[in-house]
Design a protein. Structure first.
Length: 106
């Protein structure tokens, strides 16, 4: 891809993916709010997807894009299950933090 006088290479995409993954990892490790942690995990998944697409473009292979499709399917299932768990916590208590996960024990 060419933008004016600059040529955007796959390295730029990998740097952006590394930054997104780092932001997501720091968010998961430092936050207690379950919704924020959930969004950070999704951010990390999207960073990995960007890496797959960048390598698929660099290697001129479609396998990376196929893996991205399956990763998005798994992420959608994760969202459905994760949000159900978060809603279950919100119904018992009016807030949800990472410390409230022991409330789901039977």
């Amino acid at each position: 891809m060419t933008l004016a006088a600059y040529t955007i290479t796959d390295t730029y995409f990998l740097v952006v993916a590394a930054l997104l993954f780092t932001i997501g990892a720091v968010g998961v490790l430092t936050r207690k709010n379950v919704l924020v942690m959930f969004m950070c995990v999704e951010l990390m998944l999207n960073a990995v997807n960007l890496t797959f697409v960048a390598f698929a473009h660099a290697l001129d292979d479609v396998a990376g894009q196929v893996i991205v499709f399956f990763t998005l399917v798994v992420a959608a299932a994760e969202v459905a299950v994760g949000l159900a768990i978060i809603v279950a916590i919100f119904r018992r208590r009016r807030h949800a933090t990472a410390d409230d996960l022991d409330a789901l024990k039977g």
